[in-house]
Design a protein around this ligand. Structure first.
Ligand code: G6P
Length: 300
């Protein structure tokens, strides 16, 4: 199978474009952020904003930003995650690493499997207000499926608590023609109604702004896209929580690098370790969270 790995510049960002057979993956070194993933002529699996900007120090809208060492608003995190941050500066939303330089530490092929490993050197004791030493890596494995594995290894001499997410934006035909399977019967926190805990009944369909944290999840979720007659399957490990997000009409207007009508074309399912699923690492201990993504076309 033909495999080609090329370094390309997208405005200010160094990116890596991997072609494997008819699949194409694009990754920015900054934030180790996957930007695009497509197979053949089919619609991309991962959504990248038409208004995305490729600037240093700024997370790109779309793809798979990495939220680490906390997800979302730090003040909504478990006390141990909050306690790890010591700064007078307000805590940035979604943690500290999504717009930092990461380094491509390794690239190799094993047969026709492509493996890339990105490392965030600053996580080893140089993050502002976060006095911990954690070896943070994202391994990208591209075979017939794409697998992303985020590993945190505590190299310091004190325990550290972390919440995180692979904030994946999926491309959909029209959010109103999409449902998510695998959530039935699971508890979720409705962040749009005072963070009340509720229970999902049936598949999730979308008819307004959605921003929910699902807990106690099974390993497999799928996006059933009736418009494109496609199913996207997500299989996770090391995670039992996920954030389901669509900004809908009003919030779309307040988001950076986001067209007013882009909410129709994307859905975030963010494989996570949040709230009660956050974790603490003892010195020397490591944790890996992964998600594997593939699609079945003409499958409905
Ligand atoms: O605009 P960002 O900082 O990238 O955040 C985008 C979104 O991320 C998550 O999905 C949160 O649950 C949302 O509340 C937030 O709006």
């Amino acid at each position: 199978m033909p495999i080609d790995i090329q370094r390309i510049d997208m405005d200010q960002l160094v990116c890596w474009r991997i072609r494997r057979g008819d699949a194409e993956l694009l990754v920015a070194e900054q934030g180790a952020q996957v930007l695009n993933y497509r197979q053949g002529d089919a619609a991309p699996l991962i959504w990248l904003s038409e208004q995305a900007q490729f600037k240093q120090g700024q997370s790109v809208r779309g793809g798979v930003p990495i939220c680490w060492p906390w997800f979302g608003d730090l003040a909504r995190n478990p006390p141990a995650v909050q306690a790890a941050y010591h700064s007078e500066q307000p805590a940035p939303f979604h943690g500290l690493v999504r717009a930092l330089p990461w380094q491509l530490a390794e690239q190799r092929c094993e047969g026709d499997v492509v493996l890339l490993e990105f490392r965030c050197a600053q996580a080893q004791a140089q993050l502002p207000g976060w006095p911990h030493a954690v070896e943070l890596t994202l391994q990208i494995r591209l075979a017939d499926r794409l697998r992303l594995t985020l590993t945190s290894h505590n190299r310091g001499d004190r325990p550290v608590a972390i919440s995180q997410a692979l904030h994946s934006y999926f491309a959909v035909s029209d959010i109103r023609q999409v449902e998510v399977e695998g959530l039935d019967g699971r508890p979720y926190v409705e962040t749009l109604a005072d963070w009340e805990t509720r229970r999902q009944q049936g598949n999730l369909r979308f008819s307004g702004e959605t921003d929910r944290i699902y807990l106690d999840l099974p390993a497999s979720l799928s996006v059933i896209d009736h418009g494109w007659n496609r199913r996207i399957l997500l299989t996770s490990s090391g995670s039992s929580s996920a954030v389901l997000w669509n900004p809908w009409i009003d919030k779309a207007q307040r988001l950076s690098s986001f067209a007013n009508d882009a909410w129709q074309r994307m859905l975030c399912i963010e494989t996570a370790n949040v709230l009660g699923d956050a974790f603490e690492l003892q010195p020397g201990e490591q944790h890996a969270m992964s998600v594997e993504i593939h699609s079945q076309n003409d499958a409905l």
